[in-house]
Design a protein around this ligand. Structure first.
Ligand SMILES: Cc1cc2nc3c(=O)[nH]c(=O)nc-3n(C[C@H](O)[C@H](O)[C@H](O)COP(=O)(O)OP(=O)(O)OC[C@H]3O[C@@H](n4cnc5c(N)ncnc54)[C@H](O)[C@@H]3O)c2cc1C
Length: 476
């Protein structure tokens, strides 16, 4: 039984079905997708959560092929030529080629000399925060102006708190293998050429014609009757003879179900609640993982009302700029079909670890605040023609220096309770592509054990639980 129909749960279910397993997926919301949601409004396309995937992403691309969605793929627009950052109150393009970066006046002379010294900084084997890692390797100015903005924009996170091994494991790997990041990137470029997979400037962003939600929709359609949307798993207990007993609520009525194997693909705070009655320490370890609130504000403008050419991915703001947004994505530049003709679309991110209280403001205040940022930074002259807000009360997981111990502990819980598995963005990386890769790997690992454990039938609803809805084939 898979609990949670976000991209992690859907991928696990899809892969297990492909292996011939008998699967039922329970999703609390009326529809699957979790953080992924694409909404069409008046010719605009509002992505409630993720906007894009980053290639190369072999597991995601294999899944997309498998569900027949490859022909719906859209690539990053040709007009995406810049990465903008806010620097001293102004929007500035960050040169992506190292030599251009060193020649430009984006950084002070001191900072540029410090960047050039990176190859001579000795590697450090242990874990550290992203801020400590970046300051040690590249100096304070690079961290405070570039990395802080990137971590805020991509992870809604605080680099002073996040573990570099958990969030950027590839950087730690490059450091330990090549002795320096610069050396590792040069080596990668010599090996793979300018468009090498490791070159961040050339990594390709992609989505689908009608939004990123086409992927969960396609997965759900393949899983058909195995999906039980609107079914919230309220509790999870161990059965005396092995296996699990779940209490599932649907339309105000609840009933008990027994399962030989359970894959928890819910966010960490929910997994913590489900474990609490019988796995206190595991529950506390998951509950301690912060998920600060995040608000997504979507604004549609007439193109003529925006002075900035929006010829980039978007603009990110480091904490020291004290802006009301973490960043704004130029959604209609990023992919075609995100705004009607003559219009542009911006997607702003507010709150996160940097300013969680801002994400909890009233929608009208958020719309006003982001419009004011767009006015100051991008020269927007008139009010938006469309404005929408999506709140994420529990935003993205923020793995700190205690995260490795948490993951180790989760592995021990799995070993101690055969048939119980965990998947989700707190385990194998937050991006959609990472979630897919980790879920596919997990499905491979659990396929055999699920097949080995004979299915346990669903119990009749208890009298106190009221009338149960008709059991689906997968519940039988
Ligand atoms: C605003 C935002 C922007 C993002 N941008 C990007 C991006 O551009 N690119 C990218 O790669 N990633 C991005 N991400 C990250 C990525 O979207 C998520 O990490 C990923 O989608 C998480 O998938 P998941 O399946 O692990 O979890 P979720 O999507 O959270 O799915 C968990 C599911 O479990 C269900 N559930 C919860 N409790 C229960 C219960 N008791 N019973 C049954 N079901 C339950 C939930 O309803 C949900 O459907 C973004 C995330 C956010 C929030």
């Amino acid at each position: 039984m898979v609990v949670g129909g976000g991209i992690s749960g859907l991928t696990v279910a899809h892969e297990l079905v492909a292996q011939g397993a008998d699967v039922a997926l329970f999703e609390a919301a009326p529809q699957v997708g979790g953080r992924i949601g694409s909404e069409h409004i008046g010719g605009f396309l509002f992505e409630h959560g993720p906007n894009c995937l980053v290639a190369p992403a072999p597991a995601a691309q294999a899944l997309i092929d498998d569900v027949g969605l490859a022909h719906q793929t859209v690539l990053r627009g040709e007009a995406v030529r810049h990465r903008y950052l806010v620097r001293d109150g102004a929007v500035r393009s960050l040169p992506m080629e190292p030599y251009r970066l060193l020649l430009s006046d984006f950084f002070s002379w001191r900072a540029r000399l410090r960047l050039m010294a990176e190859p001579f900084v000795p590697p450090y084997a242990g874990d550290e925060t992203i801020a400590a890692f970046m300051r040690r390797r590249f100096g304070a100015e690079f961290h405070d102006t570039v990395m802080d903005a990137l971590v805020g924009g991509l992870y809604a996170g605080d680099p002073e708190q996040l573990s570099v091994s958990a969030v950027f494991p590839h950087l730690k790997r490059i450091e330990s293998e090549a002795g320096s990041i610069t050396g590792g990137l040069i080596r990668n470029r010599l090996r793979h050429g300018k468009s090498g997979a490791g070159n961040p400037a050339t990594r390709m962003l992609f989505s689908f014609r009608n939004g990123i939600a086409q992927l969960p929709v396609a997965l759900a359609s393949g899983l058909g009757q195995r999906i039980h949307a609107g079914h919230r798993v309220e509790s999870l207990q161990l059965r005396a003879g092995g296996g699990f007993r779940l209490r599932v609520e649907h339309r105000g009525q609840s009933r008990s179900l027994d399962a030989a194997a359970v894959v928890l693909c819910v966010p960490a705070p929910t997994a913590a609640r489900l474990l609490a009655p019988w796995q206190r320490e595991g529950s506390e370890a998951l509950a301690a993982l912060a998920h600060p609130p995040l608000a997504v504000v979507f604004l549609g403008y007439r193109a003529l009302d925006v002075a900035h050419p929006l010829d980039g991915l978007g603009v990110l703001a480091p904490a020291r700029e004290k802006r009301g947004v973490l960043g704004m994505m130029f959604s209609s530049t990023l992919f075609a079909g995100r705004a009607p003709a003559g219009h542009v679309a911006l997607t702003a991110f507010v709150g996160g670890a940097r300013a969680p209280e801002l994400a909890l403001q009233k929608a009208s205040m958020l719309r006003e605040q982001v419009h004011e940022e767009a006015r100051q930074l991008l020269g927007v002259a008139r009010a938006p023609v469309l404005a929408r807000v999506r709140y994420w009360r529990h935003g993205l997981p923020q793995p700190g220096l205690d995260h490795a111990a948490r993951l180790e502990y989760l592995g021990e819980i799995e070993s101690g309770h055969p048939g119980l598995f965990f998947a989700g963005n707190y385990r194998g990386g937050v991006s959609v592509a990472n979630c897919i890769a980790a879920a596919a790997q997990l499905a491979e690992r659990i396929g055999d054990s699920i097949r080995e454990i004979s299915p346990v039938s669903a119990r009749a609803p208890s009298p106190a639980a009221g009338t149960a809805s008709a059991a689906s084939p997968a519940m039988r």
